[in-house]
Design a protein around this ligand. Structure first.
Ligand code: BGC
Length: 375
């Protein structure tokens, strides 16, 4: 009898422990994590890849070289995970000359400044030029080509990146101290918060250059993706993509995305493909939804929220099948799309555009959210 009681007690204890273990396993599965992996060496310094995972099965990978997003894994309508951004398996891919800014942080000035020239407070500045005699994405060595300092924040859902661009870097005035925080949330949003301070007046326009293909490679192009952009006007550009200062209405033109439509529907009527800045229709200066993308093949739906006044919609026009990326995919024209939340191109030379000048004592802020779901 005693033996039986002992056996019974042991069995109860075993069941109790098993239940408890299950609870612990479930609890840990419900947690966020940030894992680290070596990702090569840049200018004698180690590059690390950080992967943030959330309880809903989404993963975001970031390297401290260029603060680059190297992967965004989200479930499709059948709950199958897939990587929805273009990129490379190794650092050498990102370091190659032809890397078209895949996933990186862009600055100090995202997009173009005509001839790399502007004047501020009576002084003229010349920024390094790297695009048909104009400055693109911060000049020859922009923020995409430097090593950022990465810090995992408490809670394991955010990675903070910091970098100080020195007075005179690429020709820009002032020491610019920049902080970018990437946060993954439980509702499968990737939030990017940018802030910066300076000790001399300087133009600032920071963004991220992720190339999205929501089908995760199932579809070779994004021409069947449906896009909505809340915007009545766009900034007209010349042949070198420098704004003319005019803001034509989108109504009745191929530029009208107020009602969602497949990207491929009117693209042939836009010389070279879409590569323009839309003037967002906003109700204020806070975080607002400004665009949506839907891919029927995977059911993935992407919503873009931002505090910025503009959105560069770029259809990967210059991708030409010369680059092979992750999963051995060859990136042909229109393999992906960029939705770069920003101030307007060439604002330092366009008095009619919202100002991009940051003064000492002020703090630059921009927040953008890429929210993923399925329909
Ligand atoms: C620009 C394109 C450029 C691309 C570089 C985009 O932001 O608008 O003109 O070719 O970046 O990858």
């Amino acid at each position: 009898m005693r033996k039986l009681t002992l056996l019974f007690l042991l069995a109860v204890a075993a069941i109790f422990t098993a239940c408890n273990n299950t609870q612990t396993a479930d609890a840990s599965a419900m947690k966020y994590s940030i894992t680290e992996k070596p990702f090569g060496v840049f200018e004698n310094e180690a590059v690390t890849q950080y992967t943030i995972a959330n309880p809903a099965g989404m993963q975001v990978s970031i390297i401290n070289y260029g603060g680059t997003l190297t992967g965004i894994i989200t479930p499709d309508k059948d709950k199958k995970p897939g990587d929805v951004i273009l990129g490379f398996d190794s650092l050498s891919g990102y370091l190659q000359k032809g890397n078209p800014y895949f996933g990186c942080l862009v600055g100090r000035y995202g997009n173009r400044i005509a001839k790399g020239k502007f004047s501020l407070n009576g002084q003229s500045y010349q920024i390094t030029v790297n695009n048909n005699g104009n400055m693109l994405h911060g000049g020859v060595r922009g923020l995409d080509k430097v090593l950022w300092k990465a810090t995992k924040l408490a809670g394991d859902s955010s990675l903070q990146l910091t970098y100080t661009s020195k007075d005179g870097d690429q020709g820009f005035p002032g020491n610019l101290a920049i902080t970018v925080v990437y946060t993954l949330t439980t509702d499968n949003s990737l939030k990017i918060e940018y802030s910066a301070t300076t000790d001399k007046a300087t133009p600032v326009n920071l963004t991220n250059h992720a190339y999205f293909n929501l089908s995760a490679g199932k579809e070779p192009t994004i021409l069947n993706h449906e896009l909505m952009i809340k915007a009545e006007d766009y900034t007209e550009v010349d042949t070198l993509l420098i704004p003319t200062g005019k803001l034509p209405a989108v109504k009745g033109t191929p530029m009208d995305f107020n009602t969602a439509k497949p990207i491929g529907r009117d693209i042939a009527a836009v010389k070279g493909g879409y590569d323009h800045n839309w003037v967002l229709r906003r109700t204020g200066t806070g975080l607002e939804k400004v665009a949506e993308v839907y891919d029927a093949s995977s059911g993935r739906f992407l919503e873009v929220l931002t505090t910025e006044p503009g959105l560069q919609f770029y259809t990967g026009n210059f991708l030409d099948s010369t680059l092979t990326g992750k999963y051995n995919r060859v990136y042909g024209q229109h393999a992906a799309l960029c939705l770069e939340t920003q101030h307007f191109p060439d604002s330092p030379n366009q008095p009619g555009f919202p100002t991009t000048t940051l003064n000492p004592g002020e703090t630059y802020h921009q927040t953008t959210v890429y929210r993923f779901s399925v329909k």
